[in-house]
Structure formats: structure tokens, C-alpha cells
Design a binder for this molecule. Structure first.
Ligand SMILES: *[C@@H]1O[C@H](CO)[C@@H](O)[C@H](O)[C@H]1NC(C)=O
Ligand SMILES: *[C@@H]1O[C@H](CO)[C@@H](O)[C@H](O)[C@H]1NC(C)=O
Ligand SMILES: *[C@@H]1O[C@H](CO)[C@@H](O)[C@H](O)[C@H]1NC(C)=O
Ligand SMILES: *[C@@H]1O[C@H](CO)[C@@H](O)[C@H](O)[C@H]1NC(C)=O
Ligand SMILES: [Zn+2]
Length: 496
């Protein structure tokens, strides 16, 4: 298959003579000195000037960098320019489950018992992450299944989500010399230039909404910028793919998927997606059934994401994305359409959606992002079927595969760190991202392509989602009440 140009063409730097380089470095250092002097006296009114200077220094520093031929060294240099934004980090799970959200009980300035802390984030060239404010499905915490009661089961899922949002805010505030809550792509870029870790929040499941559109709007106001339509349970919005272990290594399809409840996106889910589009809340399709993902691709006006998902064509697991959906995303670029060779694909034209013309369905938003999940269960397994298996090259296989079908401009990173116990060899924690970048450079990815993967692609998507929200800024909010609810109805008489 032909290589296609990417949407994100960063200028590739040329080598410069060493005298010129030294002169530029010197100038950059001098400027930095002026800025640090200036920043001690500046007030917020100077902010935009200061940002422009930071930007100029950043550009200058980049242009004076002579890129190494050594893949690891080069990866570090490229990541200095375009750090990793991880689409799915569960630091707030670490906080809740080990420490009951007592932030005095652990210190992110030292090595934690998890996979995420400042020393390792610096080493791994991180520019921040989406703080997942996840709480488990109702049935996983002893509540009755919401599916069985038509998504009207009273639970504490919304309170618990608010506790996790509060924890994210408290963490960001406690370490405000390191963390910053960045509510737009622009703010995130600015924070990274200043050497800070930006962050937005992500709600990992429709069950955290209490079957209400009001919570979507309120969560947005609290810094949430994506909602995963389901976790491992169905939600009022959509069907989940469940979480199904493969019965044995030799089965092509992983287990028996959950019986569908809505057959994809529910009618309430359609309204919710449009409400999210209006707000600038990203629709996340990790954990959803392929039909839900397909429906959302058709229905969303703004680009959707898979915040932590891999490819079924590499590892057949219900939590991974089928070939037909990857090819559909690839077809956004008309030059890629029609170039697919099914016999080279992992599912060999036998997977979900292969026979329903999935690949020919349009994607009105015109863009999608798939962020690679590091959990070994979704990466591969030992050839003797003895359990999950993951390492740097197997992760790179997923990146390459998704890149081949969907396009490299649609790949990002959503590790699931602090939410997974097992980790890939060579990608044990946030300090190890450069190993993956170096491997992709070794496999021929261009500088621009890996800088897209680290965060360029994600920031492009966030900007497009923001643009759709601006276009729809004057649309009315939806007042729809989920059809199963009997507590929120119009009355003729006053309550007392
Ligand atoms: C969900 O509910 C539907 C209909 O009420 C039922 O057919 C289906 O089996 C249920 N699914 C699960 C996973 O409980
Ligand atoms: C759930 O809703 C379906 C369809 O609206 C209905 O047939 C079913 O009886 C409801 N189940 C419960 C437990 O309310
Ligand atoms: C498709 O891939 C197969 C296996 O690699 C190869 O034999 C075949 O020639 C390819 N077909 C096309 C049209 O490229
Ligand atoms: C990763 O695992 C695969 C499959 O077991 C193996 O072939 C490969 O050599 C491993 N790569 C590294 C870098 O360990
Ligand atoms: Zn997850």
C-alpha cells in the first residue's frame, strides 16, 4: 500500500553549521535570561506578550537543535518539542483506591506505588494527560444492574464522580507549580511551553451521568472534556462491548459479547452526542460496542476519540477496534480509500462490520483519534496461550497497524497508567514513552508523524471539537429527559 502524506506536516529541520548553532543557542539563552528576569516582575496583563516570547524562544531552541541520528536521542529531542499528552491516566484511581482520596498520604514529587509521578513524567517527556475521573459500573460496586432496571437505578455514581473531579482539582491545585488545568488546546500548548503538565478531565462511562443531560453540562463546567459513552456496562446512551476474556488462545473472536440493549447508540444517546458537540465535550468510544462506535461516527458533528483502544486485527479482543472501523477512518482521506488489501489485514475480512459496507459509511466530522492502550490484555498474548503479553515492539505493531488502516495522523497514546497492574516490558511507567517513539523512528516513522502521535494529533482534534462548539454556540441546550425516568415529569399541581 502506498504511503500517504499526513495532515500534520511539521517542518523538518535541516542541519546547520555548528558556529551558527552555537550563536543561536547563545541568543536563546540570553533571551531566556531576559524572560526569567521579566517574569518575576510581570503581571497578568503582560501574559500574552510573555507567551509570545516563550513561543519565540521555543521556536528558536527547536530550530537550533541538531537532530541526532540515534533513534532514542532523536526521540527525546522531538519530544522536547512535542511532549506526550496521554489520553487516559488513572492517577485519581490510585488516589481513591489506595488512599481514600487523602492527598497527604502520597507524594507525587517522589516515586509513587503507581506508574505516574513528576520525576518519571519529566523523564518520559510528558506534557500532561487526561485525568480520568472514573468510578466503576453500578453492578461492579454491588448495585443492581442499571440495564435491568432501564437505567433508573438509584446509585451514588454521580456523587462518586464528583468526588473524583474534586480530587483531580485538589491534586492540580496542590501541585500547581507542576500541574495546570488547561481547558482549551491553546491553554494546553501554552502550559507545555512553560514546562508545565497540562490537563483536562475525562469521565469514563455513561453510567456516571445518572441518565441525565444536566450532568454532561455540569461536568463540562468542571473541566471534563471527554465522556466515554459506556464502560464495561451498557448505559442509557449506548451499548458497551463489555469486557470479555478470550476463552482460549485459539479462538478468533473473544468470548461472547454482551447482548445488546439498544443496538448501538440509543435515541437518548443521539441527543447526548449532539449536546456534547454543542458544548465542546469530546465523545469517547473506547469500551463501546462496534455498533455504538459506528453510530457515533455517523452521528457526531465533531471528531470523536478512542481514548485507550487497540486493534482487533493485531489482537482479537472485544475491547479492541475492528478492521472495518479502522478502514472507515482511513477512508476519510479519499486517497487511502480503495487501497485496502483485506488479505493483508488481521481479521482477513471476517471481522465485525466486514459484510455490511461499514467502510463506505461517511464520517461527517472528518477526523478521529485512536489512542493506544498499554494494558497487556489488549496488546497480545504468549504464543502458548499462557496469558497477556506486551512489550515495546508489540505496542509499535498496534501503532503501525492502526497507522496502515486508519492513517498515522489518527494515532495517539492513551496508556491507562495507574489503572492497570500489568505493563508492557519497556513501557513500565510514564518515564518510558521515549522507548516507543524510538521504536517507531526505527521503523521509518517521520519526525512529523511521531510528533503527531505524541500530542500533535490530539491537539488538532481538540481544536476541531472547539471549532464545532463555536459554530453551535447559539444552539439551544436540549431539555430532553431520559424516557425511563418517572421522577422528573411535568405536574399540574404544586408539590405541597
Ligand atoms: C439488558 O436488557 C435487555 C432488555 O431489557 C436484555 O435483553 C439484555 O440481555 C440485558 N443485557 C445485559 C447485559 O444484562
Ligand atoms: C424496560 O423498558 C422496556 C422497553 O421500554 C420494557 O419492555 C421493560 O418492561 C422495562 N423493564 C423494566 C424493568 O422496567
Ligand atoms: C494483497 O496481499 C496479498 C498478501 O500479502 C498479496 O499476495 C496480494 O498480491 C495483495 N493484493 C494486492 C492487490 O495488492
Ligand atoms: C516482544 O514480544 C514478541 C512476541 O513474543 C517478540 O517476538 C519480540 O522479540 C519482543 N520484543 C522485545 C523488544 O522484547
Ligand atoms: Zn478503560
Amino acid at each position: 500500500m502506498k504511503e500517504l502524506p499526513t495532515h500534520t506536516q511539521a517542518s523538518v529541520p535541516r542541519r546547520r553549521s555548528s558556529a551558527w548553532t552555537v550563536a543561536r543557542r547563545f541568543a536563546a539563552l540570553a533571551l531566556l535570561g531576559v524572560i526569567s528576569l521579566h517574569s518575576t516582575t510581570t503581571t497578568t496583563t503582560h501574559e500574552s506578550l510573555l507567551d509570545r516570547v516563550y513561543d519565540a524562544v521555543h521556536q528558536l531552541k527547536w530550530k537550533s537543535t541538531v537532530l541526532s541520528k540515534d533513534p532514542h536521542e532523536r526521540a527525546l529531542q522531538l519530544m522536547d518539542r512535542q511532549p506526550v499528552i496521554d489520553g487516559h491516566v488513572d492517577l485519581e484511581i490510585l488516589s481513591r483506591y489506595y488512599y481514600a482520596n487523602d492527598l497527604d498520604a502520597f507524594d507525587l514529587r517522589r516515586e509513587t506505588r503507581g506508574q505516574v509521578d513528576f520525576p518519571r513524567m519529566r523523564k518520559g517527556k510528558m506534557g500532561g494527560f487526561f485525568h480520568s475521573v472514573f468510578v466503576p459500573c453500578p453492578e461492579d460496586e454491588g448495585y443492581p444492574s442499571e440495564n435491568r432496571s432501564n437505567f433508573t437505578t438509584p446509585t451514588w455514581r454521580v456523587r462518586d464522580t464528583l468526588e473524583q473531579i474534586d480530587t483531580a482539582w485538589l491534586l492540580i491545585d496542590k501541585y500547581n507549580d507542576q500541574f495546570e488545568l488547561t481547558l482549551t488546546a491553546r491553554e494546553w500548548r501554552k502550559a507545555m511551553r512553560r514546562g508545565k503538565f497540562g490537563g483536562m478531565l475525562g469521565v469514563e462511562g455513561g453510567h456516571q451521568l445518572g441518565s441525565s443531560l444536566s450532568t454532561i453540562r455540569t461536568y463540562f463546567d468542571l473541566g471534563v472534556r471527554y465522556i466515554t459513552l459506556t464502560h464495561t456496562c451498557h448505559s442509557a446512551l449506548a451499548d458497551s462491548c463489555g469486557y470479555v476474556e478470550r476463552p482460549s488462545a485459539h479462538d478468533l473472536v473473544a468470548g461472547t459479547p454482551l447482548a445488546p440493549r439498544w443496538n448501538g447508540l440509543s435515541s437518548f444517546g443521539r441527543t447526548a452526542v449532539r449536546e456534547m458537540n454543542r458544548l465542546g465535550m469530546m465523545v469517547d468510544l473506547s469500551h463501546t460496542s462496534p455498533k455504538t462506535a459506528s453510530d457515533a461516527l455517523s452521528h457526531s458533528l465533531a471528531p470523536v476519540i478512542f481514548s485507550h483502544s487497540n486493534a482487533r486485527g493485531v489482537h482479537s479482543h472485544s475491547r479492541n477496534i475492528p478492521d472495518s472501523i479502522l478502514r472507515r477512518i482511513g477512508s476519510i482521506d479519499s486517497r487511502r480509500k480503495g487501497t485496502f488489501n483485506l488479505s493483508e489485514d488481521g481479521e482477513k475480512g471476517q471481522g465485525w462490520g466486514a459484510d455490511t459496507g461499514e467502510v463506505d459509511k461517511p464520517v461527517p466530522s472528518g477526523d478521529v483519534l485512536i489512542m493506544l492502550n498499554f494494558s497487556p490484555t489488549f496488546v497480545s498474548e504468549w504464543s502458548d496461550g499462557s496469558g497477556p503479553r506486551a512489550n515495546v515492539s508489540l505496542m509499535a505493531d498496534h501503532a503501525e497497524y492502526i497507522g496502515r488502516l486508519a492513517g498515522r495522523e489518527h494515532v495517539g497514546i492513551g496508556s491507562d497508567f495507574d489503572g492497570i497492574e500489568d505493563v508492557p516490558e519497556g513501557l513500565e511507567d510514564v518515564s518510558k514513552y521515549p522507548n516507543l517513539i524510538a521504536e517507531l523512528l526505527r521503523r521509518g516513522w517521520s519526525d512529523a508523524e511521531v510528533m503527531g502521535l505524541t500530542s500533535g494529533n490530539l491537539l488538532r482534534i481538540v481544536e476541531k471539537v472547539e471549532a464545532v462548539a463555536r459554530q453551535h454556540g447559539h444552539d439551544k441546550p436540549s431539555y430532553e429527559v431520559f424516557s425511563g425516568r418517572t421522577d422528573l415529569v411535568k405536574h399540574d399541581k404544586p408539590p405541597i
